[in-house]
Design a protein around this ligand. Structure first.
Ligand SMILES: [Zn+2]
Length: 335
């Protein structure tokens, strides 16, 4: 793994590289940030970088070809140790075994690198045991703790690590990653990236989730014909999502994107910026003025927020859709 493969984390990568190049490598790092933004890739890239025998002085990347790089690429480098939860937690036995390995010298690399994945899942005993090792750093050993839940780590561990924060990715960065991995899903990629909240992992799930795609098609058919639907029809359609909070959240976000796209069209914006460009013909059926669309988008935002407070999912969806219908028909003003 090379740093150049990590997309959209320029600041974090620059901090890591600069520490190595200035020979200010910390004894322990904590890579924190949402799931699916490149933390593990960066940990692997750092492991490969610090043991590479021929750093490319132009690109400042590991060479990818020396014996050490090849072993890292093939995940069989004897000086790279990875610890992951066994079941739901990282147990004290795992950390004891790790400590024993850390006590030995590096086999062939200059550095021994330990990556602890989902570090927040260490049991209290495991964290305590690791803490002792972190307090007495072995020479040429680098710990990289990776977590999406930094607040669940004990302060004692946090204080021993240099934290590198990975930000949620921009939509374009998520799209770029997906485009490389799933060129066959081209038309859906921007949608998945837009819904993913900056996480490639979430975007991958959305991209390949056929249920979500089918729900999306149903929703957009409904929205395109909303003024012709009876309230009874709308309530009937919503029934299937009773208590399904994640599905309702996705639907409300999708509806928001639908009206955002209509807003873009109403404003004469660039069609290449449409999230739902695969539904352009359907969207063209319902041109509305900006003054009508803006409050609908705000209303959907409030519905999404209500959902996060414990409101009944189906009810939130029903009310949101009926309010949109009434607004479009000009019967009531938006509340
Ligand atoms: Zn190399």
């Amino acid at each position: 793994m090379q740093f150049q493969e990590i997309i959209g984390q320029d600041q974090a990568v620059a901090m890591i590289k600069s520490a190595v190049l200035r020979k200010h490598l910390a004894h322990a790092y904590l890579f924190s940030g949402p799931e699916g933004v490149g933390k593990r890739m960066a940990a692997l890239a750092l492991a490969q970088f610090i043991n590479c025998r021929q750093i490319d002085s132009q690109t400042m990347e590991s060479c990818g070809a020396c014996p050490s790089c090849l072993k890292n690429i093939n995940a069989d480098h004897p000086d790279l140790i990875r610890v992951e939860p066994s079941g739901n937690s990282i147990k004290i036995e795992q950390i004891r075994q790790l400590n024993a390995k850390v006590a030995l010298r590096a086999y062939e690399g200059a550095y021994k690198v330990i990556i602890i994945d989902n570090a927040h899942l260490m049991t209290a005993e495991a964290a305590n045991s690791l803490l002792k090792t972190l307090e007495e750093p072995a020479e040429n050993t680098v710990f990289i703790l990776v977590t999406a839940n930094v607040q669940q780590l004990p302060v004692t561990i946090l204080s021993r690590c240099q934290q590198i924060v990975f930000q949620p990715l921009a939509i374009n960065a998520v799209s770029e990653v997906l485009q490389r991995q799933y060129p066959q899903y081209d038309s859906r990629i921007r949608l998945a990236a837009s819904l993913a909240g900056g996480s490639v992992k979430r975007a991958q799930e959305l991209l390949t989730n056929e249920t979500l795609l089918s729900q999306r098609n149903q929703l957009y058919q409904l929205l395109a014909h909303l003024t012709e639907q009876s309230v009874g029809d709308i309530l009937f359609w919503c029934e299937q999502f009773d208590k399904d909070r994640p599905a309702v959240k996705n639907l409300l976000e999708l509806a928001q994107m639908w009206y955002r796209d209509l807003l873009l069209l109403a404003a004469g914006g660039d069609q290449s910026l449409l999230v739902n460009h695969d539904h352009l013909a359907l969207m063209g059926r319902t041109p509305y003025a900006i003054a009508v669309l803006s409050p609908i988008i705000q209303n959907l935002q409030r519905a999404i927020e209500q959902l996060e407070t414990n409101a009944a999912p189906r009810l939130v969806l029903e009310i949101a859709l009926i309010k949109i219908k009434r607004t479009l028909q000009g019967n009531i003003a938006m509340i």
